[in-house]
Design a binder for this molecule. Structure first.
Ligand SMILES: [Zn+2]
Length: 218
């Protein structure tokens, strides 16, 4: 099997935008992308902007139901840092969206987002508990991708700012535990680390390999 191609998409419901307008924009965007012949994976979820959690989850699910998903493309719903009225911080929200949508969706967990949303990924115990909780609430069979980012802010702050692998509040112990966790061995990791302080993606890839205990393959 070849490597999967991941293509990020903006949330379906940017904060403050009337749901109907965003629905329309999203449907048009989908058509344009299909015409261009590109393979897409998308990333909701959304902010409920006053619709309440229940209404917001329904809106997210019905917006996903409207997507005409081409063969060979899987739409992933990404976990969120969960600030304000934004949904998707709690694993329960992700499970509900998957449940309420008639599409065959899977999940992308962003480690920085999950940490900001209150899942403590900075210790061995914290990572183990979070993985177990995800398995219980959503199911590890639905985990298609991990965005591997450290976090500039502490656990539970709802602040979404990515840091270099091992250099943030998740730190070396957390990152190493995630990278070597048995239950995550077959899940692809994608970096969304910053390119600041003279540290490139290459630096972060090397760091991730080092923490995972892997040698360079070339
Ligand atoms: Zn992400």
């Amino acid at each position: 099997m070849g490597h999967p191609l991941f293509v990020p998409r903006q949330p379906l419901y940017p904060k403050g935008r009337p749901a109907r307008e965003v629905h329309r924009l999203d449907a048009e965007g989908g058509r344009r992308r299909r015409q261009a012949g590109r393979r897409v994976r998308q990333r909701p979820p959304c902010a409920h902007t006053g619709a309440g959690v229940e209404g917001g989850l329904d809106n997210a699910a019905s917006a996903l139901d409207e997507l005409d998903i081409p063969d060979g493309v899987t739409v992933l719903v990404e976990s969120d840092a969960g600030s304000g009225t934004k949904l998707g911080g709690e694993f329960e929200h992700l499970a509900e969206v998957l449940d309420r949508s008639s599409q065959d969706l899977e999940i992308c967990v962003d480690t920085a987002h999950a940490f900001a949303a209150g899942y403590d990924l900075s210790t061995v115990e914290g990572v183990n508990e979070t993985v177990s909780e995800f398995d219980e609430v959503v199911g590890l069979d639905k985990l298609a991708c991990i965005h591997l980012n450290d976090s500039k802010h502490d656990c539970g702050t709802n602040k979404d700012e990515h840091a270099h692998v091992g250099e943030g509040e998740i730190g070396v112990e957390g990152m190493q535990t995630i990278l070597t966790h048995e239950a995550l061995a077959d899940v692809p990791f994608v970096l969304e680390t910053p390119t600041e302080d003279g540290k490139s993606f290459e630096w972060n890839i090397e760091r991730a390999r080092e923490l995972a205990g892997q040698e360079r393959s070339d």
